[in-house]
Design a protein around this ligand. Structure first.
Ligand code: ADP
Length: 352
């Protein structure tokens, strides 16, 4: 919430005066903050230990803006032809352990950090949400660039609040988009003091939940894996390459059109669209289908008004619509970038 004034003044690094429900400061919290704190209280009506020294407004921000109670994505929503390896890794490493912590301990204890890397728009965020959905885990989404830009000076505290709330909401998945901007191997003299502290805090928190055997998984996503430093790589134990879709392109077209009852293309027509969309990302494909689906509407509008248009009079989407849309929607990833991902994958990726 922009311009939100902290209900209780922070006294620097140590804000231990604020959050226990029983504390005097409670009266000073506004209703929405109070509600949010109440939801995090245990059956005894007390705030969990981990949250007691955190600022309520940060906890509220995490609960309202970053926590997503229902990510609403399943594996079946993702065109995962070509992502079988990723799916297998994720199932074994993440979903099973989150569902059966009793089996995954000791030598079987899973890694707590997963890196998804590859070009933008290939479904990394969707995969993160699907993992949380399949494992019935609470999903926390944060973009690292917003941490470094919006929360200047407070990032470190926000990181503590994020991991604190996540550990009270286990099983939990923390998804950090553009994780490279948080954990990059920037030269320390050029690095801002506050972002250095935030990075350190982040690594400490990760180390912490690894040791404490918590049901919290951290997923980092990046288009620039080469910027991650050695410490970050070490903590993100599984590193999966999420490439541009190949055969999944056909799936995306079919899936999106079928959902809306607009599908009427032959296998040959789909094949030719796939040939024409070599190098398109999943997100480019979505934009292409969107644009193509406007074809029948634009045509119908030549003889009628939008208010009088009957849905059933519109024809299905055709190959020609796709050919027209291809003029408008161009691929967003350049072929030159792909080599970088592949070589990083060969060097640091989890093998397929
Ligand atoms: P990334 O996190 O890799 O940048 P996203 O997960 O945000 O990509 O994908 C952006 C959008 O593109 C998604 O909301 C989805 O509509 C579409 N998309 C990308 N990849 C796929 C895929 N493999 N299957 C289905 N849709 C996809």
């Amino acid at each position: 919430i922009r311009g939100f004034v902290p209900p209780i003044k922070s006294n620097g690094g140590n804000t231990g005066n604020v959050t226990s429900r029983a504390s005097k400061g409670d009266d000073a919290l506004d209703d929405s903050t109070k509600r949010c704190m109440d939801m995090l209280c245990g059956p005894d009506g007390e705030l969990p230990e981990k949250l007691r020294n955190l600022e309520p407004r940060l906890i509220e921000h995490i609960s309202n803006e970053i926590m997503d109670r229902d990510p609403n994505v399943r594996w079946d929503d993702i065109g995962n032809a070509g992502l079988h390896h990723a799916k297998k890794c994720v199932t074994e490493m993440v979903i099973w352990p989150l569902l059966r912590p009793d089996i995954f301990k000791g030598v079987r204890s899973p890694g707590r950090g997963l890196l998804l890397f590859g070009p933008p728009g290939t479904g990394k965020t969707m995969i993160g949400k699907a993992i949380a959905g399949e494992a019935k885990a609470t999903f926390f989404y944060i973009s690292a660039s917003s941490l470094t830009s919006k929360w200047i000076g407070e990032g470190e505290k926000l990181v503590r609040a994020l991991f604190g709330v996540a550990s009270c909401r286990q099983p939990a998945v923390i998804f950090v988009d553009e994780i490279d901007s948080l954990l990059s191997q920037r030269k320390s003299d050029g690095e801002h003091e506050s972002s250095r502290r935030m990075k350190t805090q982040f690594l400490i928190e990760m180390e912490g939940f690894d040791n404490a055997n918590e049901q919290v998984l951290l997923i980092g996503a990046t288009n620039r894996p080469q910027e991650l430093d050695e410490a970050a790589r070490r903590r993100l134990t599984k590193r999966l390459y999420i490439p541009l879709p190949s055969s999944a392109r056909a799936w995306i077209i079919r899936n999106l059109l079928m959902k809306d009852g607009l599908f009427n293309l032959s296998t040959e027509e789909i094949d030719s669209i796939c040939k024409l969309t070599e190098g398109y990302s999943g997100s480019d494909m979505k934009n292409l289908v969107k644009d193509a689906s406007m074809g029948p509407l634009r045509e119908a509008m030549r003889d009628t008004k939008i208010t009088e248009l009957k849905k059933e009079d519109m024809r299905p989407v055709t190959l020609q619509d796709f050919e027209n849309a291809l003029q408008e929607v161009r691929p967003s990833v350049s072929v030159n970038e792909l080599g970088t991902y592949e070589s990083w994958n060969n060097q640091f990726g989890s093998l397929s």
